[in-house]
Design a protein around this ligand. Sequence first.
Ligand code: AMP
Ligand code: TRP
Length: 323
Amino acid sequence: MKRFLSGIQPSGLPHLGNWFGAMAMHLELAREGEAYWFIADLHALTTVKDAAKLREMTREVAVSYLAMGLDPERTCFWRQSDVPEVTEVAWLLGTVSGMGLLERGHSYKDKVAQGLTPSVGLFYYPVLMAADIICFDADEVPVGKDQIQHVEFAQDMAGAFDAVYGPTFKRPEWRLSKTPKVSGLDGQKMSKSYGNALWIFEEGKALTKGIGRLPTDSRAPSEPKDPDGMLIFEWLKLLIPADEYEALATRAREGGDKGPGYGELKKRIACAMDELFGAGREERKKLLAHPEHVERVLASGAERARSAARAVRDRAYKACGLR
Ligand code: AMP
Ligand code: TRP
């Protein structure tokens, strides 16, 4: 059975892009193989410098995954900082990684270009990420496009260590999400920082209002339209069954008195979101009222994760003469 592993940045409430780009795939993979998902709170320290905010966002991610159906019996789910073995292995990897490798990192370069202070931690980020992956003998790492280079770095670092000390680590492969880009309300990639997101746990008026912000043109329902490239149809395609989507797209292409109006399409989006996320919204409220339950799940995940990471750490320590 394949072992999948991925880290989830604690970035707060999930939007439709997070759902289709990452969460849905994570939940699906957990049914296909062994799943190891963790909340990357140590990585988050490179950008979040507010203790209360970090705690809150970490809890929010944990609650979101559990609310949407993550089964902690099947999935090992923990908080990165609860497994210190990973930071020990990161040090080992750092000692065999060339500066030049990290200097090529485009995520680091992008973040600095965006104005983030270039701390040593930000530069070292890919080493910790490589250790995250290598410490669990992961076969495949599901990631967004921007993280592929980091998984390739992990391959390089595992290879570099093995070249010096002999076969020790498993070489991980990356796997790209089937939906790498969901557009936001303004047509750019949906993102928390662009103010263009639609939140999966939003409901009622707030949800309708969010969807209402979706820009449409002034063409009448009867005017034939090409659904390809239209934001409203991009979202519908993700949210409704394929046959229903095809029927709607055909009506739009043909126009006439069966041509769908934007109001009808927006209502369908709201309704589809209620169907998909309604139960999760209720579950989320329950979990928020019982933080001790969430804590228990993470603690038990950390225990399992630690025992897996300890074995790899011991193997690596032995290989390089630390034991
Ligand atoms: P972020 O919220 O940027 O930390 O992203 C968390 C996860 O969601 C990553 O795996 C991203 O690749 C994915 N993701 C974020 N925004 C989008 C989007 N607009 N479309 C598809 N995937 C996304
Ligand atoms: N860097 C990843 C992101 O920004 C999060 C992450 C940390 C991760 N460690 C990982 C992803 C290990 C996959 C494997 O999304």
